[in-house]
Design a protein around this ligand. Sequence first.
Ligand code: SF4
Length: 748
Amino acid sequence: MRAGEGVKEYKCTVWSAGAGCHGSCGQKLYVKDGKLIRIEGDENNPWNQGRSCSRALALKQYMYHPDRITTPLKRDGARGEGKFVPISWDEAFDTIERKMKGIREEFGAESILFCQGTGRDVGGPISFLAYSYGSPNWVQLGLSGQSCYTPRLGAMKATFGDFMVADCSQFLEKRYDDPEFEYPEVILVWGQNPPPTCPDGFFGHWIVDCMKKGTQVICVDPRHTWMTTRAKHHLQLRPGTDGALALGMLNVIINEGIYDKEFVAKWCLGFEELKERVQEYSPEKVAGITGVPADTIVSASRTYAKAKNAGGHWGLAVDTAPEGTTVAQAITHLWAITGNIDIPGGSVIARPSHGVTTYPYTTEELVELYGQELVTKLNDKRIGANEYKMVRGFRGWAQPDRAIEACKTGVPYPIKGAWIQTCNPLGGQATRTKYHYEALKGLDFIVAVDLFHNPTTMALADIVLPAATFAEKETFRSWWVPLGVTQKAVQVGECKSDWEINFELAGRLNPEIRQRWGSVRELIDSRLQRAGLTFDKLVEQGSWAMPPDGPFKPYRRHERGLLRHDGVPGFNTPSGKIELYSSVYKGFDIDPLPFYREPVNGPVAKPELAQQYPLTMISGTRNPLFFHSEHRSIPWLREKCPEPLVDIHPDTAKELGIFDGEWVFIENQMGKVKRKASLSKTVKPNMINTEHGWWKPELEGAEPTLFGVWDYQINQLVPGPQDSQSGFGGGQYKVTQVKLTKMPEGGK
Ligand code: SF4
């Protein structure tokens, strides 16, 4: 489509509600008479090169959906009755300001939780509001063990002093045509199915692009997927045993001497300690633990280690494994001892583009934004910080399992309110969901910021504020590349951006904010300063900018002194080396070397439980039509997947007398949930696989139905708290023991 004849084109870098994802694709929005008439992938944007997913293409249905919340709402009746009345923004802000100031006065700012779901562009505004208000409790409420990227980020930061991603030329403007780039010989894909997801600043199809050019993939996944069926090696492990497998691969690579000896000698610390530790994990022993044949472990390790250049890509299954921070550490050691660090086609250092912070990932960034004094003060008060040193020292998140327990028990101090922004814990991420429901029901004041009603807004919110999609707001993004902006193309109802809402409130709750910035645009421009850019400049140049040569762009920055603050060659770690024996973990009272432990509720640790509930359930599988608990009301998307399914191996189904397409209960000590049976050999007979985030917008929202959340929300069967000593990782989403029973005839 072309602009003209009353049609205006807006170029945007997506990162927000509407599509819902962590990607940063470029989209072109066509607007006529103030309405979005068409969306197309932007072929000039280096990130996605014109490609789009189904959710992006369904944006119009999302934006103009009849159920969209387009004005602020106040609860009119008891919580859960589903009665709300529209109010003005002034009344909404005045009420919230009065309530939050009152709670801070009486109980302290820490007694309000600032709850977000998966990042998107909300991480910036919500941490901004929490810190402006003075609360240390910014939290991904419900996400047990913070088991989404944080454990992997923690491990990378401890090992390399920086974050890493698989190199698919994404940091280079000319992409695959850049002469510096070399296609990886191998990509090790661990616990993730890239094509249907754009996880954490990474476009899943980049791996497919590389495969088309001859790159081989090694997949670690309990399931068969599109990618495992095209893999050189598929390591189909028992769910939750990722740590043992990584240590087994390290054992092979070290004992066969196929690691990069020169790189290890020059750039790594603690190799001898690691070598000693992995002797406990022979391929034969690991085969017994994981169910992956020893010879497959050996040949996959050889393929990875002997590759000229190999990238490492991974997913949430690493975080949810027991001791996720340690499992992630073991996998980073595979990247390190094979010398695949910051080389073309290897695993490259990833820093927010141009050094611009849009969403603080590290304590350093929080200090830069909010000052050491405030960060230290809040570190001491944060829920979980006194129990887990990693919670105190890394990232500035409250520990989610302890946060919900504080709501119920008042330990370490009473929680009186919650600010819930574009997340739906009851319908999505919350393990032991009934516990979350009861604990949150007891709070004095709850505000939800969202685009549609969902089980969480309906059951809990006193005030609901209407959030904008990416096409309706200004925001910015630097995760990882390009540095991008989203410009506001249309206005829907009275919806506001998360930045606009939080900026207004932060200014009301902390007058200093108004002295520093007069508007969201000023705040954004102040953050873009270090890039020598402004919002308008980025819009002029197509809404994005790639990082210049230097610390934000590969390759071999460790050799060029571009990583350490002192400019000396090396890594940004306490020792300046890659720490295989981690001084940072030691400082967090975590074992400085990787180790393996069985899932706490798994069939090995709890055989009696497995007796009763013999199947291991993995939940959280991605469906390209939905983003977590979103998009079930979008016609184009829902018609393609009208019901929640459960993958059952045909032999298991036969044993239980279950037929394809019939309704079953998935059941355990936590309760039971409905699913439609899908007989499939993608899973092994002793496990089942199902999606999370299911509730039904077409059902009654008021309680007790609550959009069918108690019938379909799978994470209510997942026990808590997290299964990890660091406080991060170990959310039991992929290692829950269950049984299947047939539903009575006609049940649904
Ligand atoms: S999932 Fe990918 S294509 Fe879809 S909106 Fe996100 S980044 Fe764009």
